[in-house]
Design a protein around this ligand. Sequence first.
Ligand code: PLP
Length: 430
Amino acid sequence: MPDRSLSSKLFNAAKEVIPGGVNSPVRAFRNVQGDPFFVQRARGCRIWDVDGNEMIDYVGTWGPAILGHAPTAVIDAVTQAAKEGVSFGIPNRHEVEMARMIRDYVPSVEKVRMVNSGTEATMSAIRLARGFTGRDKIVKFEGCYHGHVDSLLVAAGSGALTFGQPDSAGVPADFAKLTITVPFNRPELIEEVFAAQGHEIAALILEPIPANAGLIFPKPGFLQLLRDLTSKHGVVLIFDEVMTGFRLAKGGVQELTGITPDLTAMGKVIGGGLPVGAFGGKAEIMDQLAPLGPVYQAGTLSGNPLALAAGLAQLREMERHDGWNRLDQIGLTFENAVRDTLRELGRDLILNRIGSMFCLFFREGVIDNVDDVKQCDFEAFRKFFWAALDRGVYFAPSQYEAGFISLAHGEGDLAKTAEVTCEALKIALA
Ligand SMILES: *Cc1c(COP(=O)(O)O)cnc(C)c1O
């Protein structure tokens, strides 16, 4: 077992001054019943903890690090931008460049507004949809995560047509009543909801490929059904592509599937590792925002020059290196290695992968929604996680999280990962 004593010391100190010792709950490693390591530095696909242990990283700062950590192009762009000033609060040229680039990549986005996190993006998109339609209700899917927005931290009621329940203390039940939560991949239920309440619904928001409950694929025809239902009832269709946007393809899931939302929430990869979010879509809807329209939305640091310079540099690097095609190749190599291992061990665990995102579920059968994920063998997952980490491969510390591959994951790294995965699976499944 690697020595993690400095990490332990830091974690104990952190717990005295930060709730749970972390600034975002998943980092506390609760799902794998252990303590997190503290990072010293990261470069490429590697990350080093404060005790000097080296790991191959498949978390990639939860998605943004698509080129790998600390890419030279991004560091140079941020450094250059910083020399001109770190924040202005008045328009700067990076904002126009970024907006144009997003529009080029994601054609459904005719106009875009930059914010500082994915949470802000979904929160603002919901308000905008409500302001645009003059309706209050929204529909979301169980297992889709959209940040810690009040009206999106809502669990399902007892049936598809009953009120949602707050999914966090502090979310008023009266807010939750406006959110209808439906299981993913159940066409009959969403049809029922729209038939009964379609005229009261402002927006349907979803991760078109849910990646916050492992990694779940929509059934054939499901996204098209959602597009048809929302169009028919005058409901704003919001794709939350904070995770998938600029990662699975230049234009995200909407490019891959050809299904076009009205609004899109973005984040993660477009920030190049700095705090960024964005939301955009049809000009007709976006023009309802202040100062043009009545829907208020603002941000002191929005359009921050460092964040946008980082994001622009990252996307240009991706383009220069044919990044998305290369990631598909790297992802396929990764998948083949894991499948070979599973075959060798005679185990039929579910491995879902698309492009550079993956999730290995500790169960057999199919995964259609979060209820299926809840049937996983979490104890086996926990053993797998620690066995891999102890051998120098860092996978996300929860069965509910997807893994991320970057352009910096080379052949040697993938070979070592395959070897470690094999050993860790043997331990987990023994
Ligand atoms: C990460 C994520 C968010 C929230 O973004 P933050 O920057 O953490 O606020 C929203 N939606 C999806 C799909 C995400 O993966």
